[in-house]
Design a protein around this ligand. Structure first.
Ligand code: AMP
Length: 258
């Protein structure tokens, strides 16, 4: 079998610790001047790919992002965390935001170009919480898919991957033929931190920019979904302290909650 390449989808999102605010106009969230990071589930997917290479099961790890030039910072982080090279499918700043369908179409073209045997994505992005890109991409490629992974074992010699996935009723174990698409859940691994020497080394690793229209061979079709309005959740009411359980029960009864 050819040396196994792994392609990891990396999305740049607003950092999980930031309190998200609406931008004026109410159709987008405030992105300017706000800390961004790599989507946490993408970090887990990347960690797993890097471990596969460290174990000698994979030959190369490519981090790929579809986004504006700003997504280069997430890709540099991916390089510092162990990816061998990175590809940014570049979307113009003024373009409407892409949804999972458009991102999956772009990643599909990149997969045709790079020919990885394994594509690893996060199970979801914490900005839009879609949990769709992996499933749509597997359908586009007509590849077997394993979502919500908590364990994976590559068997390159037999051209397959054994996975364990977290489902509502417990754990499901499957064996998929390669090439395959997998999405990482929280318990797959604990990602490493980037060390300073690796951050320095990452600056010299290759990061290729490919314009989206060039990759698709045509101008991208307009997104099918349009956000009409976003609303802040209602402000939380302040809490109240009571002195005893009896007082709590009394209050709940008075409020008609018992
Ligand atoms: P989603 O379907 O939006 O919840 O995203 C699930 C996963 O798809 C993410 O964890 C990424 O691995 C991948 N993904 C989503 N959007 C992008 C993007 N713009 N660029 C690269 N990968 C992405």
């Amino acid at each position: 079998m050819a040396p196994l390449k792994v392609l990891v989808g990396v999305k740049r999102v607003i950092d999980f610790a930031v309190k998200v605010r609406l931008a004026p106009g109410g159709q987008r969230v405030q992105e300017q001047g706000v800390k961004h990071s790599m989507n946490p589930f993408c970090e887990i997917a990347l960690e797993e790919a890097v471990r596969l290479r460290e174990r000698g099961d994979a030959a190369e790890v490519i981090a790929a992002s579809v986004g504006t030039r700003q997504s280069q910072d997430a890709l540099r982080t991916a390089l510092a965390l162990g990816a061998d090279r990175a590809v940014l499918v570049e979307v113009p700043e003024a373009a409407p935001p892409l949804g999972p369908r458009e991102v999956a179409a772009a990643l599909g073209e990149l997969v045709r170009r790079e020919r990885p045997l394994l594509v690893l994505l996060g199970k979801q992005a914490i900005d839009d919480d879609c949990n769709q890109t992996g499933q749509i991409l597997a359908a586009i490629l007509d590849w077997p898919q394993g979502t919500f992974l908590s364990h994976l074992e590559l068997a390159p010699a037999s051209g397959s991957v054994r996975i364990q996935r977290e489902v509502d009723g417990g754990l499901e174990r499957l064996r998929l033929r390669l090439p395959a698409l997998l999405t990482a859940d929280l318990r797959l691994n604990e990602p490493r931190y980037a060390t300073l020497p690796n951050i320095m080394k990452a600056k010299k690793k290759p990061l290729e920019l490919v314009p989206l229209a060039e990759l698709l061979g045509a101008p991208p079709p307009p997104p099918k979904l349009r956000v009409l309005r976003l609303e802040e959740p209602p402000a939380r009411q302040g809490g109240q302290r009571v002195e005893s359980v009896a007082a709590l029960l009394e209050r709940l009864a008075a409020a008609g909650r018992l």
